[in-house]
Design a protein around this ligand. Structure first.
Ligand code: ADP
Ligand code: NI
Length: 216
């Protein structure tokens, strides 16, 4: 099987598996992460097959939709990868990417790191900012029936994980609690550049948002 054949087989599997996924984690999220991951990889010395497989399989089963079980995604990725003619260390590496990508950067240490994971992680974070990130945030807020914005409910910058799960905070707050922090958490130089541009776009968007809110 050629590189291209392996990728096409994986794309078909991911499309089929995510056919009923919600809007923030559907095939098109995977597609965007895959495209930007390939773009970032051009500036790095990375194994492109591992980057592409990691990007394509990174959300194959999100723990949020599987009762918090964080092993389902990696296990599902592994079972699929074993149907392909791949070297065992390639399979292991992709499974590690799936297992470690959503590391939130808190006090605990990320268990695995590689340039290929750095790239896919940057690509996934880039999809949470900029024009697409804004669309995803309001889509998520709508799904949770949250207000767009409330001037009487300022963002809480020290929110605990528990408080996060049960809140009904306006979607604008999510920009300050997460989205505007992502540009400083990028791993690669291309990732940092792309994040810079998308970050500025969000800042500009917020300025315009508040202007329009007050009828200007
Ligand atoms: P990941 O893609 O790393 O799994 P999440 O599942 O947390 O990230 O988020 C998916 C999308 O939903 C992202 O674009 C994120 O910004 C958005 N989102 C998550 N939580 C909130 C929230 N409280 N308010 C608005 N958008 C949110
Ligand atoms: Ni993702």
């Amino acid at each position: 099987m050629t590189h291209q054949h392996i990728i096409t087989t994986t794309v078909n599997y991911v499309k089929k598996t995510l056919a009923d996924a919600e809007g923030g984690h559907d095939w098109w999220h995977i597609y965007r992460v895959w495209q930007v991951a390939k773009q970032i990889a051009k500036g790095e010395n990375a194994d492109l097959l591992i980057v592409e497989l990691g990007a394509l399989l990174h959300d194959i089963a999100d723990s949020k939709f599987n009762n918090g079980d964080e092993n389902i995604g990696p296990a599902k990725a592994q079972a699929f990868l074993e149907t392909l003619p791949l070297a065992p260390n390639t399979i292991d590496h992709v499974v590690q990417i799936v297992a470690n990508i959503s590391f939130k950067g808190g006090k605990e240490l990320q268990k695995f790191r590689s340039i290929e994971l750095d790239i896919v992680q940057d690509a996934d974070r880039l999809d949470a900012i900029g024009a697409i990130g804004i669309a995803r945030a309001f889509n998520y807020g709508g799904f949770k029936n949250r207000p767009l914005y409330d001037p009487n409910l300022p963002p809480n910058l020290n929110k605990t994980k528990e408080a996060y799960k049960h809140n009904n905070d306006p979607t604008i707050n999510h920009f300050y609690e997460k989205l505007l922090l992502l540009k400083d958490r990028m791993n690669t130089k291309t990732g940092k550049q792309l994040a810079q541009e998308r970050h500025q776009f969000m800042e500009q968007y917020l300025t315009q948002f508040y202007k329009e809110w007050e009828g200007q």
